[in-house]
Design a protein around this ligand. Structure first.
Ligand SMILES: [Zn+2]
Ligand SMILES: [Zn+2]
Length: 177
């Protein structure tokens, strides 16, 4: 285990959020699309979402994406800013099937704020343990997706199995040529 479970889930969710704005254009351009994304990543108590939520999430995405390509000091500034803006107040909570984990916003906070703070809290762990280099961009040809490398020896190169498979097929064909 590299990080605490809730940190790993939050990092995966942040990467997935960033990726909704890459490769295939904006996949969260409407309230229903955002709602489906929030459900898929098991955000609890997501109420009715509107255009404002879509716009706020759209503004958050590039900020989080920036964390994938930066040095520690810049990442710290971004994370501290996200936490300060949301007046984050860490609390241990237990709900649904989840054992104790951190929440730092109220359940009533807007979705974008909850997403921002959850990602920022996870980044606190990443930065404190000096693992910022685990935030990677896919090596796949024509793929810009980001991911978090949680492998033991820090050797993951692709966002997904399919990008990895495509790369091995290409390498195989290149060898045969
Ligand atoms: Zn929770
Ligand atoms: Zn990829």
């Amino acid at each position: 285990v590299i990080f605490a479970h809730d940190t790993e889930v939050a990092l995966a969710a942040a990467a997935a959020l960033v990726n909704t704005g890459l490769n295939d254009g904006d996949q969260l351009d409407s309230p229903p699309a955002l709602e489906a994304f929030a459900r898929r990543w098991q955000w609890s108590g997501v109420g009715e979402l509107g255009r404002t939520d879509v716009e706020q999430v759209d503004r958050l995405r590039p900020v989080l994406h920036g964390l994938w390509h930066t040095d520690t000091d810049t990442a710290v500034a971004v994370v501290n800013d996200l936490l300060a803006r949301a007046h984050a107040l860490p609390q241990l909570v237990k709900h649904d099937q989840w054992d104790y984990h951190l929440h730092a916003t109220s359940a009533a906070a807007p979705l974008a704020e909850r997403m921002a703070v959850e990602a920022a809290m996870a980044m606190v762990d990443v930065i404190r343990t000096q693992q910022l280099d685990r935030l990677r961009t896919c090596d796949g040809k024509d793929c810009q997706d980001v991911y978090v490398d949680l492998s033991k020896n820090s050797s993951r190169r692709f966002c997904s199995g399919s990008c990895g498979n495509r790369a091995s097929v290409a390498a195989y064909r290149a060898r045969r040529r």
